[in-house]
Design a protein around this ligand. Sequence first.
Ligand code: C5P
Length: 241
Amino acid sequence: MTIEEARKKIIFALDVHGLDDIDRWAEALTGKVGMFKVGKELFTSCGPAAVKAVQKHGGQVFLDLKYHDIPNTVANAMCEAARLGVQLANLHALGGAEMMGTAVSAVHKEFSDAERPRLLAVTILTSSTVETLRQIGIEHSIQDMVVRLARLAKSSGMDGVVASPLEIGLIREACGPDFLIVTPGVRPSFASADDQKRIMTPAEAVSSGADYLVIGRPIAKAADPVQAAECIANEIVEGAL
Ligand code: C5P
């Protein structure tokens, strides 16, 4: 794998609060990482301007808003996300096959394959435990649910899933080589774990089958963030040798 290919696998989590911060990070890291993740907090405070601020610097965007609503609403929201020109957008697989399929059809109808974002499903949030599932009436194990929802996402036409590094192998096996897997919870060998518990290094995650790695603090809190991003890309290249 080349260093450019490795850089493209890194999605920097823009866990910041204002447009000035976005500007600063997008200017520093565009070209050093493949994408910038705009989540609920940043989108709620800045709106579509957050996406445009990244794009102004030539950066690509993963819009991490995890939609879960009636099919028509999710489909319309997904089309709005696509109109913003983002490269990745997501929803909750727990919304079911009809919700996912309606969103997929709406986006495919309006956009060509080259123009449209790849659509990802969140299976079970990594903050959930068996007890969390039991409380809402689900008696299956987390792993069973993750695989079941990943398969449902695939058969509904979704392009991939967001998953914990520890679930990559199971999902790859169940959903095949072309299904995208995006994983947070990645910690390069030089960084602290922070509050992430079930972690893998970038090299481990990529060799387990991850297509993209969502990484925040190991870059944001580094003394030299650009160098940290470059070290991560190097770790990915070395791990792939
Ligand atoms: O700073 P850190 O690398 O832990 O950031 C990871 C990013 O991925 C954060 O934006 C976090 O909210 C997100 N995320 C996560 N674990 C999940 C899902 C999302 O860390 N299971």
